[in-house]
Ligand binder design. Structure first.
Ligand code: GUN
Length: 279
């Protein structure tokens, strides 16, 4: 029987801490603002953006919403970002991804001032993380570190295996675990003997993007298992990359889906925005 790592509770704890901080800043006359940009109307993006705006309202961050039509050009989007870069009332700029195909995502990310890069996607932020300097960190992996720390799970000296090497999750996750003195292995679709490698893990972070792929045969008895995936199964129920029923009996701690990693992403985005305002 594993302990459930309750991301809903921990994210609420973080949001409440931030709410207090923001309210104290308001009393000193400082208001925090975040620009949330969505291009086009991908339904999943609309849900994510709505949740981000809701979290801002809860914490007391003023959110400015830019809902741009699908036909928006790259130049128009970058022009808006540059205007927001100059705007002292805006501390964080978030462009919801993916952007429509005719817009170059890399150019858009680069246009955001690293001082307002609350997603932590700018090459300067990523570079800073890789050499241990200050900068914004991608929200999902930063949230996973918080889940571990606030559950009193030690990282130092532990065998950490990350499945997945995306720029948003896998790579920054590996760097963060390394920063916490974990011994880190990054695996991916071309990894040979994936099962054997995963079975070494004291802490297994799964961000592979395949529903329920990781069952008990990948997991060492007593391991901590963090599931980044979120999918809808054939019965329209949410599930992760981990086969929860199979893994839960042998893990020492595990994140559920939903209510594990998911809620942490927005909490860390809010945290980054408050940090941006304090710079
Ligand atoms: N699309 C999916 N995840 C994210 C995220 O964390 N930030 C942004 N901006 N877009 C996303």
């Amino acid at each position: 029987m594993a302990t459930l790592i309750d991301g809903k509770r921990i994210s609420q704890e973080i949001k409440d801490e931030l709410k207090e901080k923001v309210s104290a800043l308001k009393e000193q006359g400082k208001e925090i603002g975040m620009a949330v940009i969505q291009v086009g109307n991908d339904p999943a993006s609309t849900v994510y953006v709505g949740n981000k705006k809701k979290a801002c309202a809860y914490i007391g961050i003023r959110s400015e919403s830019y809902e741009l039509p699908e036909e928006t050009t790259e130049e128009e989007l970058i022009e808006l970002i540059e205007k927001l870069n100059q705007d002292d009332r805006i501390h964080g700029i978030l462009v919801q991804l993916p952007v429509p195909k005719h817009i170059n995502e890399d150019k858009v990310i680069k246009a955001i001032s690293p001082n307002k890069d609350v997603d932590g996607f700018h090459p300067q932020s990523v570079g800073a993380l890789s050499i241990g300097q200050k900068g914004f960190v991608s929200c999902t992996p930063a949230g996973i570190i918080q889940l571990l720390k606030r559950s009193n799970i030690e990282i130092e000296g532990k065998e950490c295996v990350v499945i997945g090497r995306s720029n948003i999750v896998g790579k920054p996750m590996a760097l963060l675990l390394l920063r916490e003195n974990g011994t880190v292995t990054v695996t991916h679709s071309k990894t040979k003997n994936l099962k054997e490698v995963c079975k070494r893990a004291d802490i297994l972070v799964v961000a592979i993007g395949k529903p329920k792929m990781i069952d008990a045969s990948y997991v060492k008895e007593g391991a901590v298992v963090i599931d980044v995936g979120i999918h809808r199964n054939e019965n329209n129920k949410l599930c992760g990359d981990v086969d929860f029923e199979s893994v839960e009996p042998i893990a020492s701690a595990i994140t559920p889906v939903p209510g594990g990693v998911g809620p942490m992403t927005i909490a860390m985005l809010m945290n980054n925005c408050v940090e941006a305002a304090l710079m």
